[in-house]
Ligand binder design. Structure first.
Ligand code: ADP
Ligand code: MG
Length: 746
């Protein structure tokens, strides 16, 4: 009934002329990525009138909770009759959400009416209707400071002094279901910090109180919050459809079937107007994908999947053109009208955008200078003596000027002077700011306090009602095994370009063929050469997986942090899925490598010896990969991890037993921590039997085990070597897991 496209023409198609783009070769030491351009046709995306679709979609789900009050008369929203009116009057109407406790009473009516009225909502998706439990968010006198390390001006000043910077001070406000609160302020005024605090994601403690339906933050609240960060943290190589489907698999509860979850993701795609680019890759800074606005909608879509009661958005419109920004905010406004509490930070809203806000918090250097109804702000400022330079000025511009301390102090009619912001017409900025802050404290703060404490009794009662009976829910919506399976599949899809990149295969194959040619049909009469080939095996397949693996966690960290803060999965299921996902490629390449080089290099022509050699190399690969993962997880910094790994590998190379046999006793222990040493020994043990001889001079044959390079290694401890590698295999991986777990931000 509402979901037909509205009668205005769509925006022109946006098409990226990727054919003009060169191939991007991005080298980051190891691994090497090759990014191919994608055909333009896949990426053509059309802007849809998604907000109207979406708002009607969510209206139909939650409308009965709300009571709309259009211009003159109060109308109790009935889903069937009110939706069209709401769309038309959305911007002018005022919304009153009923106390949270009353929601359940209406749900029944809404379900029956909706499924009859709106065929676009499949009746088998009751989850969307059930999950919305309105949240009233209240925050009072929030204050937050950070410690800054300052080394002073002098380069050689070693006495670092500790300074603290106040990021937030005395910020208060209330957001009720159905309301859209915007946080405005110049860059650096503390908007993101405040939003992060409201989402319960601030790493340090914040003073003041934040309550959700009268209760402090808890893990059960986490699942009702949708948090869209300013930077879109998405896997660049997944398509839009894949991104949302995997998110649905991880975030929707176990009582929904696989098909229902997919349907849910598809529904969100349709409603967000992403249908045309559903099969295009999301892209990122290094890979071209969908446009910025579409990527932002994907981020929002991920959060909408769980139908959050509290939606927090950090600068959702930054980088978008004003029309797209307006549409995005219309979507958000529709979501708020559906009974959600929405808080958004916004950098430079247009005047049309500004009038969509219900409430505004204006920050200046972390201090509030206004908090309350968006429509009353000009009235308030005029009452304390601040009027805009001209009547048609965008209120947001005026507010941002004031928050930066720029105020008009000459003739308000002198537009030119105001526009130029000439220094002479500005009062001292600090005094303007401090005046605004003190007026806020005197006039507005007591009113907000009253508002916060009003109905406190109700929200507390409501939150103890039937809705909170689920507050002790299991933190995870899906089982360990489901999480593992989804993460495993997602990892394979995301990294398919990387694992099976032609460049990587070329790299390994060229080294394999080159070394095969160098050692072409070597025989035991040149024992030193053969031993060299075996040592090369152990070193190459020690370095290569190590340098690949150190990238794993530092690169995945932003995603891990984001998804873990939304309680999407357990760390253990992620960790095991990642381990398992890496296995195929980690094991296929060395197997091919050894097969080629072994037979070209003329090593022992025995199938058993060959298979054992392959197994030892694979064992070595897993150990070295474990070390790489542990280094990455501990340091979480690519530069540091690469540097340390090269030092470690160099030490292992030198202590491996090939270059030097007579190591001084005080440092000989080094070889015991080198996995290359054990791998090398094992390779020798399976290659040469105890009584094997080699041609060591004119007519003389010597025992291989007496060859100086082998003798000093101390052969005959095969099982000890296997055990040592086994301990390392487990140890490094446990270390990597513990390091990830201890990483503060998740
Ligand atoms: N972890 C941090 N380290 C250093 N400075 C920080 C940190 N967190 C916040 N800040 C500082 O706090 C201020 C507010 O930051 P932010 O909330 O990101 O502002 P906004 O989002 O309004 O641009 C900035 O001056 C910023 O540099
Ligand atoms: Mg910010």
């Amino acid at each position: 009934m509402i979901t037909h496209p509205l009668p205005f023409s769509p925006l022109p198609h946006s098409c990226f002329s990727l054919n003009a783009l060169p191939f991007h070769l991005f080298y980051a030491c190891e691994p090497i990525y090759l990014f191919f351009p994608y055909p333009c046709s896949n990426l053509i995306c059309t802007h849809f009138h998604f907000h109207f679709h979406l708002s009607s979609f969510f209206f139909s789900i939650n409308m009965p909770i709300l009571e709309f009050e259009p211009s003159n008369s109060s109308v109790m929203a009935s889903p069937a009759s009110t939706r069209p009116q709401v769309n038309a009057r959305m911007e002018k109407s005022t919304v009153h959400a009923e106390p949270p406790g009353s929601t359940n009473n209406n749900n029944h009516t809404s379900e029956s009416t909706d499924s009859n009225e709106n065929p676009s909502i499949p009746s088998q998706l009751p989850f969307l209707r059930e999950s919305l439990r309105p949240i009233t968010l209240k925050f009072e006198d929030l204050a937050y400071s950070i410690n800054l390390q300052s080394g002073g001006d002098h380069c050689f000043n070693s006495l670092e002094s500790k300074r603290t910077q106040t990021v937030l001070s005395g910020v208060s406000g209330v957001v009720r279901p159905g309301e859209l609160l915007a946080m405005l302020g110049p860059s650096g005024s503390g908007k993101t910090t405040l939003l992060t605090a409201l989402g319960g994601r601030l790493p340090a403690k914040i003073s003041g109180s934040i309550t959700y339906n009268g209760q402090p933050f808890s893990s059960s609240v986490t699942r009702k919050i949708g948090f869209v960060t300013q930077d879109d943290v998405l896997y660049p190589h997944l398509t839009v459809l894949e991104t949302l489907t995997y998110a649905a698999m991880l975030r929707l509860p176990k009582n929904l079937t696989h098909e229902e979850k997919i349907e849910q993701a598809e529904l969100i795609i349709t409603e967000l107007g992403l249908t045309r680019c559903g099969n295009s890759i999301v892209g990122g800074p290094l890979v071209r994908g969908v446009s910025g606005g579409e990527r932002k909608r994907v981020s929002i879509g991920q959060e909408l999947l769980v139908n959050p009661s509290l939606l927090l958005l950090d600068e959702p419109t930054s980088g978008l053109d004003s029309t797209t920004a307006l549409r995005l905010m219309a979507t958000v406004k529709g979501l708020a009208r559906g009974g959600r509490s929405v808080v958004t930070t916004i950098h430079q809203p247009s005047s049309r955008l500004y009038w969509m806000f219900d409430k505004v918090v204006l920050l200046s250097d972390g201090c509030p200078i206004y908090s309350g109804q968006a429509g009353r702000v000009m009235e308030y400022l005029a009452s304390i003596g601040f009027v805009p330079g001209f009547s048609l000025m965008n209120p947001a511009d005026f507010l941002l000027d004031l928050a930066s301390g720029v105020a008009l102090c000459t003739n308000p009619d002198d537009h030119q002077q105001y526009n130029q912001g000439t220094p002479d017409c500005q009062e001292d900025r600090d005094s303007v700011k401090s005046f605004l802050i003190s007026s806020y404290k005197k006039t507005l703060h007591p009113l907000i306090k009253d508002d916060i404490h009003k109905n406190n009794h109700d929200t507390t009662r409501a939150s103890r009602g039937p809705q909170s009976s689920k507050s002790c829910d299991n933190r995870w919506t899906t089982s360990w095994w489901t999480q593992f399976k989804v993460l495993f599949k997602r990892g394979l899809r995301e990294r398919r370009h990387e694992s099976y990149s032609g460049l990587r295969i070329f790299q390994v194959m060229s080294v394999a063929i080159l070394s095969g040619l160098l050692w072409w049909h070597s025989d035991t009469s040149h024992l030193q050469d053969q031993v060299g080939l075996l040592f090369f095996f152990s070193i190459f397949w020690g370095f290569y997986p190590l340098s690949n693996a150190i990238f794993t966690f530092p690169q995945e960290r932003p995603m891990l942090v984001r998804e873990r803060s939304s309680s999407m999965y357990r760390l253990s299921s992620y960790y095991f899925a990642r381990m398992a996902g890496d296995l195929p490629m980690e094991l296929v390449l060395p197997t091919i490598f050894v097969t080629v080089t072994y037979w070209m290099g003329g090593l022992k022509p025995s199938l058993v010896t060959f298979v054992l050699t392959v197994l030892i190399i694979l064992f070595n690969v897993l150990v070295s990969q474990g070390l790489g993962l542990a280094l990455g997880a501990i340091l979480m910094d690519l530069k540091q991890a690469t540097t340390l790994s090269s030092v470690i590998m160099l030490v292992f190379l030198l202590a491996g037993g090939y270059y030097i046999q007579q190591i001084p006793p005080f440092i000989s222990w080094l070889k015991y921590i080198s996995f290359s040493h054990y791998c090398y020994k094992l390779l020798l043990e399976v290659q040469y039997s105890e009584n094997e001889v080699y041609y060591c001079g004119t007519g003389i044959h010597c025992r291989v085990l007496d060859f100086p390079g082998i003798k000093y290694l101390g052969m005959g401890q095969l099982w000890w070597d296997v055990a040592a590698l086994g301990v390392m295999l487990v140890g490094y991986r446990v270390l990597a897991y513990v390091a990830l777990r201890m990483c503060k931000s998740h």
